[in-house]
Design a binder for this molecule. Structure first.
Ligand SMILES: *Cc1c(COP(=O)(O)O)cnc(C)c1O
Length: 365
């Protein structure tokens, strides 16, 4: 069910006592006043923090599931994987998803006795899911924007005795709800659209499976991978405007995609909201918005660089989901894409102002 973002804005207010601040206090403390019996009290800053707790209450409202925060998206992904894998486990991951997840699997998990298999998102279901303990998916994939049939995969993996983890960073819980489609665990980088202002790194894990969440809680407490209270406070503030930002970003992305699709400098475009896009049918079935990420391939690498660096309304930067539109050539990080392939993250600029800047820069190539 779609989250009620109005109710989210009043979660704190409706639980207040007279005289308390309406906005969330930022608690910077490693110690709590604990004379004698400590039952039910916060104990220590690695275990308890009221600023995280309220943030997690708000995130749980958005996800429709218990939620735990981490100091980055990779912190959340590591927690989900360490909580569910052990020596001898088989892990399936996409070969074209967020590349650091593959690095984690190849450089660390495989050294601990986990067998790692990679498959491209476009042919992910080929070969079935027998024998996999954990199947990690990313839909749409970053940066290719290929999509997976999540309900079918969730069922097939469950029948085969495994669990599914979905990285939902690119669409946020407002755009896609993997848990409602049967996925066991959602992980996300809140560094992107959830925070939305490019001024923090954070991540979260959400699941309706109590045993998995218990392991994730224990992993955070023991590994010490805790978010800073100030980052938690900033993310909470960012979430208050997620609905308006996401709405503007997705609407603008649709407008830009339709115009870019017919621009003579654009050799190829991917945006799930275009009826001609290979992901359109799955996106229509599974998502409530088509997202704010699109990709264009220009004629040459040189032209792609010239466009990104000259356009006054595109920050040439890695990462995405911020209020400022940004773009980069993903081949520079080794993603298996054309050298002239640009991932474009549409921000909150008024769409006509943004289009004018993009069109002038494309026409000048
Ligand atoms: C950015 C990103 C991550 C990692 O998040 P960090 O906050 O940078 O650690 C994971 N998955 C996807 C899809 C991402 O875009």
């Amino acid at each position: 069910m779609a989250p009620k973002t109005g109710e989210m804005l009043h979660l704190r207010g409706n639980a207040l006592n007279a005289g308390e601040p309406v906005t969330l206090p930022l608690t910077q403390s490693s110690m709590y006043h604990l004379p004698g019996v400590t039952d039910g009290l916060p104990t220590y800053g690695r275990v308890d923090n009221p600023t995280w707790e309220h943030l997690e209450h708000v995130l749980a409202h958005l996800e429709g599931a218990p939620c735990l925060t981490f100091p980055s998206g990779m912190g959340a992904i590591s927690a989900a994987l360490f909580a569910t894998l052990k020596a001898g486990s088989h892990l399936l991951i996409p070969s074209d998803g967020y590349y650091v997840t593959r690095v984690l699997a190849d450089q660390f998990l495989s050294g601990l006795g986990v067998t790692v298999t990679e498959r491209p998102t476009a042919t992910f279901t080929e070969g079935g899911f027998d024998g996999f303990d954990v199947v990690f998916v990313e839909s749409p994939s970053n940066p290719g924007l290929d999509m997976l049939d999540l309900p079918t995969i969730a069922t097939a993996v469950r029948v085969a005795g495994g669990i599914t983890i979905a990285d939902n960073t690119t669409l946020t819980p407002l755009g896609q709800r993997p848990l409602d489609m049967g996925i066991d665990v959602v992980v996300a980088s809140d560094t992107k659209a959830m925070g939305g202002h490019s001024d923090l790194l954070m991540g979260h894990v959400a699941s309706r499976n109590a045993q998995i969440m218990e392991r994730v809680v224990e992993w955070r407490r023991v590994s010490g991978a805790i978010p800073g209270p100030h980052e938690a406070w900033l993310l909470h503030r960012g979430l208050e405007t997620l609905d308006v930002r996401f709405d503007r970003m997705c609407s603008s992305a649709q407008v830009l995609a339709e115009r870019l699709a017919v621009h003579s400098s654009v050799r190829q475009i991917r945006y799930p909201g275009l009826p001609s896009d290979p992901s359109h049918a799955l996106a229509t079935a599974q998502t409530s918005r088509f997202g704010f990420l699109l990709s264009i391939t220009l004629e040459t690498e040189a032209k792609a660089e010239a466009f990104i660096n000259a356009c006054p309304m595109l920050r040439p930067a890695t990462s995405f989901g911020g209020v400022h539109s940004s773009a980069e050539r993903r081949a520079r990080w080794g993603d298996d894409v054309d050298p002239a392939f640009i991932r474009l993250s549409v921000g909150c600029e008024p769409v006509e102002e943004l289009w004018q800047a993009i069109e002038i820069s494309l026409n000048a190539l």
